[in-house]
Design a protein around this ligand. Structure first.
Ligand code: ZN
Length: 265
């Protein structure tokens, strides 16, 4: 699915643009693979710039712009175009003074953010628009998180956390939760659980109704919460701290979201 823009397209484009600039005094024309376009160009200090979005879309690519990281994601194909219609909110749990669980000096808020950012990158590469409820170590109320999702007309809301067990010092694995009033939330939670378990090769800690969780109760769209592993179990805390394992969990979260959006749940 992921492909680079073929170099010949860029080369053809640059040659066409250069020729037009050289031959025209009144403005700039953009010719794309031999065809005139209405794409605007801007000249500043002797440099001519063409909007990336216009060029990419004219070539049939889907463009997702991420303001947080100032990254433009270009994807090709009908599937990326279909996925670009969706906005997914990823919600790294806690943040700021609310650190969540803390074991061996590791804060849950930091693990949640790191995993969420990796999942966002995977989804954006596939063409999905992702909104993060926080991109740094900032305080954010539970209601502000679902408010943001509503304002951005999000299609899905996924909250990302790490777990703790005071009863079982050996607890390991993936757990997901949904609100009992939402059949879609249940389907999303179940899809996420299977996808994260598969990608991370993690044990199953189940999927559960959680009427008590505010982010699930107040989300206006299908919502689920993923507990990525148990910080209270030293072996799993070590895994959760590793870049490689975080990437696998993140891939699982992205896989689950994509499966749900594609209707393969
Ligand atoms: Zn948490």
């Amino acid at each position: 699915m992921r492909r680079l823009i073929p170099l010949f397209l860029l080369t053809a484009l640059l040659l066409a643009l250069t020729a037009q600039v050289a031959g025209s005094r009144a403005g700039v024309s953009v010719v794309l693979n031999g065809q005139d376009t209405a794409i605007p160009a801007y000249t500043e200090d002797g440099r001519t710039m063409v909007p990336l979005r216009d060029i990419a879309e004219a070539l049939g690519f889907t463009v997702v712009w991420d303001e947080d990281t100032r990254t433009a994601y270009l994807s090709d194909g009908a599937e990326a175009a279909a996925l670009s219609a969706y906005t997914v909110v990823l919600d790294p749990g806690h943040g700021g003074s609310a650190t969540g669980a803390e074991y061996q000096g590791v804060r849950e808020s930091a693990l949640n953010l790191s995993i969420a950012q990796k999942a966002a990158a995977v989804l954006r590469r596939e063409g999905v628009a992702v909104v993060m409820t926080r991109t740094g170590d900032s305080d954010l109320s539970l209601y502000a998180r679902t408010d943001l999702a509503r304002r951005r007309s999000a299609d899905l809301f996924v909250s990302i956390h790490c777990n703790v067990s005071t009863a079982n010092p050996d607890a390991m694995g993936v757990y997901t939760a949904y609100h009992p009033d939402s059949a879609e939330g249940r389907a999303l939670a179940d899809t996420l659980r299977g996808a994260v378990m598969a990608a991370a090769d993690a044990p199953d800690m189940g999927v559960e109704e959680r009427p008590d969780l505010a982010v699930l109760r107040t989300a206006a769209m299908p919502a689920a919460l993923v507990e990525c592993g148990f910080m209270s179990t030293p072996a799993e805390l070590a895994l959760l701290c590793s870049e490689d394992y975080q990437q696998r969990i993140a891939q699982g979260i992205a896989d689950g979201v994509l499966t749900y959006l594609r209707g393969e749940k």
